[in-house]
Design a protein around this ligand. Structure first.
Ligand code: CTP
Length: 250
């Protein structure tokens, strides 16, 4: 394990797994020693599945496509959910963050690994919160050996990844709730509402690219039956606590 508690060979196996099309998923538990004081526990305990971080799509054993997600929002949600007394499983792409104590943590490096972990865990949860920034595309072919430079231009052929949240929207049971995030640089609310409807979400949380890796941001929230709500310049910790409250009330 490295200092973040991630198994050392996770990234290597992710690359190999992507190459062979059958990603293995490893699982570990964080130390649950700081258990939640009983008076802070909610009566309605939910099993909340949270995804976090930006996935990586490997071109070769050492290079990958990814995004600027820090994982802060997903980790803040996991901490807030634990503090509220819920059970948390955190499926996490690589981040520089320490996994919250008490969460069941499943590392997933690629979008395929994140999909497989979510598909396994989803039937057991009451709520899925997809805070991860999942790559929309991956290389059509990953090279087994390090790509050499030739001096010529290089064209990458990409193919779409699976939309995990859309999959969950098609498979959710009546008792399950789905929360999605939307990162939009134009027409934030309109585009986010389209995503909420297309992916059958119970709550969408929308923000602008300025929110990436920031500690505070402005976020917009919508459920199918209520108007938009905006929280201006809130910290991710505060927003996370409020989102978890909303989720418990859905
Ligand atoms: N998402 C997902 N699987 C993907 C892409 C996105 O589960 N392959 C989820 C994200 O975790 C997020 C929601 O879908 O909760 C919206 O992600 P976003 O990147 O804003 O939108 P996309 O649906 O990918 O559409 P676009 O990038 O074109 O805006």
């Amino acid at each position: 394990m490295d200092k973040l508690g991630v198994r050392k060979n996770t990234y290597k196996t992710a690359f190999l797994a992507q190459k062979h099309g059958n990603p293995p998923i490893s699982l570990f538990f964080t130390n649950a020693s700081d258990t939640i004081p009983p008076m802070m526990r909610r009566k309605k305990k939910l099993k909340i599945l949270i995804t976090a971080g930006g996935t990586r799509e490997y071109l070769d054993p050492v290079r990958f496509l990814s995004n600027a997600s820090s994982g802060k929002m997903g980790y803040a949600l996991a901490r807030a959910a634990l503090r509220a007394g819920h059970k948390v499983t955190l499926i996490t792409a690589p981040t520089a963050l320490r996994p919250p104590a008490g969460a069941r943590v499943i590392p997933a490096v690629t979008s395929d690994q994140m999909f497989m972990a979510t598909r396994t865990e989803f039937p057991r949860c009451d709520c899925l919160i997809m805070a991860a920034a999942v790559s929309d595309y991956k290389p059509a072919r990953a090279s087994a050996t390090k790509l050499k430079k030739t001096g010529d231009p290089l064209t990458l052929r990409l193919k779409p990844t699976r939309d995990i949240l859309a999959w969950a929207g098609r498979h959710k049971k009546k008792h399950q709730t789905l929360v999605g995030f939307a990162l939009e640089d134009r027409r934030i609310k309109t585009s986010a509402e389209q995503k909420m409807n297309a992916k059958h979400l119970d709550l969408i949380v929308a923000n602008a690219p300025a929110a990436i890796a920031a500690d505070k941001s402005t976020i917009h929230l919508k459920t199918p039956s209520a108007p938009w709500q905006t929280w201006h310049h809130v910290s991710k910790n505060k927003a996370a606590a409020q989102i978890i409250k909303k989720v418990a009330a859905l």
